[in-house]
Design a protein around this ligand. Structure first.
Ligand code: PPY
Length: 310
């Protein structure tokens, strides 16, 4: 039986993402207080899969997750879920706006309400918390005196008995966060025609055109990159690796060729998985990059080499 973990507590957006993963329904679901703890439990075998936030349409990549996924024992991504995000300002009953001198929330929460805060509560100080729901739960339990209001999901305010002072306080409506389900390496999800692959690429050294060499592996095979981020490797100042999502599945010919190309030009390539896209959008493949086009070219080369038997 698959045991699931998620960035908790109850009421996080990550829990909402896990609720959007049909196979997790009715399964054991454990809340962890941080992404690192959830992924450590996964690596140690306490759980079999962990739902973690990876990218937001407004704020970009979740560095804690990006780094924790590719450092340490290998993990793979087996799926993704998109969750629409909306925030409320929640307080203990009786607290008024004038009482709010500081606001607790997850860094990605703060990044999405900064404008609203600047105009509505300009003097309020930001206090980072491990999750939006933790900010709400600790406030409701009277465990904190460092902030008087939490920025969280409506469900977190309701669940903890907090009172909502303002709703829909996000600066950009329609924001979406992308969550991934991580697992220990095992069976690869089957290709669906609407897949994504995630890799982390380490360059040999810092040189002119180095990034272009990596990117041309994708361009030459007609592969669309959907996210590209540089992350410091942590060893030396100025040394970066690249976290890349692109369209296609490792079993697609064009993706296989791009990966072997990357393997040649990069010092290391960490394959983090191929999995169905949450939006089900089929990859648009140029005629020159279909599996048939690659097979045809392989046959042609085999002929030239006198290797074909039929
Ligand atoms: O803190 C949460 O609720 C999370 O799941 C992380 C997060 C925070 C803000 C936006 C999206 C996800």
């Amino acid at each position: 039986m698959t045991r699931y973990g998620f960035l908790g507590p109850v009421g996080t957006f990550t829990q909402a993402a896990l609720a959007g993963w049909p196979a997790a329904k009715g399964r054991e679901q454990t809340a962890f207080s941080s992404v690192d703890k959830a992924l450590a439990a996964l690596r140690e075998g306490e759980i079999d899969a962990a739902m973690v936030p990876i990218e937001n349409s407004v704020e970009g990549g979740v560095s804690a997750t990006l780094d924790a996924l590719h450092t340490g024992d290998p993990l793979t991504v087996v799926g993704e879920v998109l969750v629409p995000i909306t925030f409320v300002l929640a307080v203990r009953p009786g607290t008024t706006r004038d009482d709010v001198r500081a606001v607790g929330t997850h860094p990605h929460g703060w990044a999405q309400v900064r404008g609203w805060m600047g105009s509505e509560l300009p003097d309020a100080v930001y206090v980072p918390t491990l999750s939006t729901a933790a900010a709400a739960a600790d406030l409701a339990a009277g465990l904190v005196d460092s902030y008087q209001a939490a920025v969280c999901a409506p469900v977190a305010a309701q669940g903890t008995g907090l009172q909502v002072l303002a709703s829909d306080i996000e600066d950009r409506s329609g924001a979406v966060t992308r969550f991934v389900l991580a697992a220990r390496p095992g069976e690869l999800p089957e290709p669906t025609g609407a897949d994504k692959t995630t890799v982390v690429v380490y360059q040999y050294d810092d040189h002119a055109g180095g990034l272009l060499e990596l990117l041309e592996q994708f361009a030459a095979r007609g592969i669309n990159i959907s996210r590209l981020e540089s992350r410091p490797t942590g060893d030396v100042m100025g040394r970066y690796c690249f976290s890349i999502d692109f369209e296609g599945h490792v079993r697609d010919a064009r993706v296989g060729e791009a990966l072997t190309g990357l393997r040649r030009v990069a010092a290391d390539v960490r394959f983090l998985g191929s999995y169905p896209r949450a939006d089900g959008q089929q990859a648009s493949i140029q005629l020159t990059a279909t599996d048939d086009a690659f097979a045809d070219a392989d046959r042609w080369l085999a002929d030239l080499r006198g290797e074909r038997t039929h």
